[in-house]
Design a protein around this ligand. Structure first.
Ligand code: 5GP
Length: 240
């Protein structure tokens, strides 16, 4: 496969066209931002760890029967994915109260949430990713009612698969963000699942092993991402 021109560059990934119109290359970069891009930094190997973690988790979901855009890895940081039409909804699943949920509502950090909370945000930097409901999503034409139902069902299924998988690695999953796309009439999981898009807490200590380390200056970001990689993709450490 040949990497062609850049299609889109986001805060942490760049997407390229390829010589196959059905495939794109998603490159995971070492840059990171938080708070609507107000806080910015670079972290060596962060793109590598996130790419490897995302590849493993997307493959896990594929193996469990969830359709995703994942195809294969082209290099350590470049993922070949199916071209999909991205649905402009950020789907957030919460199992343990943290982050904006605690800021906005009377939940206590660490409080278990069962059944999980599912929230839709409008994916729009211009509007600050505001929370929306089904009526707003429908009125904006972001998705149809059957698509919203399918997204909800898939997000909860993905959550239960990830919670069980991560628990066995001594990682708690307080919350995470998913994005979906349309491909040939079906809804597929798109984007990434990584330390940038999930809260990962060490099961024994509650220590953050995710982007909160950067957001709230909690210590060594690369060490935290490396620790998640060590637990989820130990095979990449055996090579060196
Ligand atoms: P919160 O609403 O607490 O800020 O975020 C909830 C969860 O969704 C966190 O795991 C966070 O990483 C993820 N999340 C929410 N919005 C975004 C976003 O715009 N970008 C990324 N990378 N993650 C997000």
């Amino acid at each position: 496969m040949i990497k062609l021109s850049e299609l889109y560059s986001g805060k942490a990934k760049t997407v390229f066209k390829t010589d196959d119109p059905e495939k794109l290359i998603m490159e995971f970069r070492d840059s990171l931002t938080a708070f609507d891009g107000k806080k910015k930094s670079e972290a060596p190997k962060k793109g590598y760890y996130n790419a490897q973690i995302a590849a493993k988790l997307l493959t896990l979901l594929e193996d469990k029967g969830i359709k995703t855009h994942y195809d294969s890895m082209m290099s350590d940081t470049e993922m070949i994915v199916d071209a999909v039409e991205i649905i402009k909804i950020e789907v957030i699943v919460r199992n343990i109260a943290a982050g904006s949920l605690v800021k906005k509502y009377p939940f206590k950090t660490g409080q278990k949430i069962n059944p999980p909370i599912l929230v839709f945000d409008y994916k729009s930097d211009e509007h600050g990713d505001p929370m929306i409901n089904d009526d707003i999503a429908l009125a904006l034409g972001l998705a149809t009612r059957p698509e919203l139902l399918e997204i909800r069902k898939l997000a909860l299924l993905i959550n239960s698969i990830l919670v069980d998988y991560l628990d066995a690695k001594n990682i708690l999953l307080p919350d995470f963000k998913l994005e979906f796309g349309r491909r040939k009439g079906t809804i597929v999981l798109a984007d990434e699942i990584s330390c940038d898009t999930c809260r990962f807490w060490d099961k024994a200590t509650g220590e953050s092993l995710d982007k909160d380390v950067f957001r709230f200056d909690k210590g060594d970001l690369v060490a935290a991402y490396r620790e998640v990689a060590r637990r989820i993709v130990p095979e990449i450490f055996e090579l060196t």
